[in-house]
Design a protein around this ligand. Structure first.
Ligand code: NAD
Ligand code: MG
Length: 391
């Protein structure tokens, strides 16, 4: 029986993870749950799963949670709560969204645990320190992100990474595939949130519309598998059935296929190397299926090249990219900025990037903060410009 800390339990990944965990009660026992502010969902999860620890990010909600959990449950708050919860289980599922997931990633790895990683932002922004923590005895990362889970499965057939010619990360292309820049001028938040194949939290859904998600995943793949950037490609595959591919030097291409259902990669990361007995996402091969592949439009989806550039620069550049993107996405979701402004804000913020050594968590936090301050200034300037009356 594996003990599991499910952190970010009330979100899209978190609630799907609860499904997986409830489906195999003989394999997994939940010892900790965490959420930022959704107390109602958190308390109903606690009533069913009976964890030892419940963490609430927003300290003002401590009383609500303390009064609502089953007797004997320990209630913790904020980052110290996340850190404690990340060190107390065999497997830590980091399903927190954004840079806020960094303490979970670091604490799980430093405690020598398996990190089932959905929160890509922590690995991308904190790569130099996360890689150090990953060398702790017992620590390992098993990816939850569907593309990286697919690559992880394909690489199991390869005994040596020198056999790998390239990684091919598939992308659905998002809701704006095939649109021209002119057509994308007026898209709304609702348009961008209407993902064609996946139902996900708002931040990653917007990232999927700009293809920043795929750019972030290129950096994530580089960090997870150590493959150089010039051997990681993006292929648009609108059906989201092939979750990624590994091309080998002998000409073979390996792929993992299933219907888009995050419960499959969640179950894989929690249980690996033992497979789940529940066929989440199994395909029906008796009905005709067409799979198509095309290159991404890197001129319309400028975030792809911004991410490659930041990844190749290394150091704190991916932290700047990810932080600027979080600020830009927040501004877009709040209706303060246009969709195409997201790439502009990230690009303009990164123009101010200077390479600084990233050796400690403190330098990651400082890089993140500096990028946020600059990105907010860019957003404010853009809002003023957009709202200024025309002469
Ligand atoms: P979401 O917005 O639906 O959920 C986020 C969760 O994190 C919520 O439970 C929220 O309460 C919690 N949270 C946020 N800040 C917190 C804090 N400071 N302390 C404690 N909890 C906090 O997001 P999501 O779509 O589930 O995505 C989660 C992560 O998984 C993201 O990094 C995303 O990129 C990644 N991911 C998601 C999907 C998907 O299908 N949703 C797929 C691949 C990767
Ligand atoms: Mg993904």
């Amino acid at each position: 029986m594996r003990s599991v800390s499910l952190l970010g339990s009330t979100g899209s990944i978190g609630t799907q993870a609860v499904d997986v965990l409830l489906g195999e009660p003989d394999r997994f026992r939940v010892v900790a749950l965490a959420a930022q502010s959704s107390t109602e969902v958190l308390l109903s999860q606690a009533a069913v799963l009976r964890p030892e620890i419940v963490v609430i990010g927003d300290e003002s909600l401590y009383g609500v949670v303390r009064d609502g959990v089953p007797p004997g449950t320990e209630v913790l708050v904020g980052i110290p709560g996340l850190v404690a919860a990340a060190a107390c289980a065999d497997v830590v599922l980091n399903a927190v969204v954004g840079f806020a997931g960094l303490p979970v990633t670091m604490a799980a790895l430093e405690a020598g645990k398996r990190l089932a990683l959905a929160n890509k932002e922590s690995l991308i922004a904190g790569a130099p320190v996360v890689q150090k923590a990953r060398r702790t005895p017992g620590a390992e990362i098993v990816p939850v992100d569907s593309e990286h889970c697919a690559v992880h499965q394909c690489l199991a057939a390869v005994d040596d990474l020198t056999a790998v010619a390239r990684l091919l990360l598939t992308a659905s292309g998002g809701p704006f595939r095939g649109r021209s820049p002119a057509e994308l001028q007026m898209v709304t938040v609702a348009d961008a949130l209407a993902h064609p194949t996946w139902s996900m939290g708002p931040k990653i859904t917007i990232d999927s519309s700009t293809l920043m998600n795929k750019g972030l995943e290129v950096i994530e793949a580089h960090e997870l598998f150590g493959i150089p950037y010039d051997r990681i490609d993006i292929v648009v595959h609108p059906q989201s059935i092939v979750h990624s591919m590994v091309e080998l030097r002998d000409g073979s291409t390996l792929a993992q296929l299933s219907n888009p259902d995050m419960r499959l990669p969640i179950g894989y990361a929690l249980g690996w190397p033992t497979r789940s007995a529940i066929p989440f996402g199994a395909l029906d091969w008796t009905s005709p299926t067409t799979l198509t592949f095309e290159p991404p439009d890197r001129e319309v989806f400028r975030c792809i090249d911004l991410a490659y550039d930041a990844g190749i620069s290394g150091g704190s550049a991916p932290a700047w990219l990810s932080a600027a993107n979080e600020i830009a996405v927040e501004a877009f979701l709040a209706g303060r900025m246009t969709w195409s402004g997201i790439a502009d804000v990230v690009a303009e913020t990164l123009e101010g990037w200077r390479d600084e050594p990233v050796e400690e968590v403190e330098s990651v936090l400082a890089a993140d903060e500096e990028a946020r301050v600059r990105a907010r200034a860019v957003v404010s300037r853009r809002c003023r410009t957009i709202q200024a009356p025309r002469r």
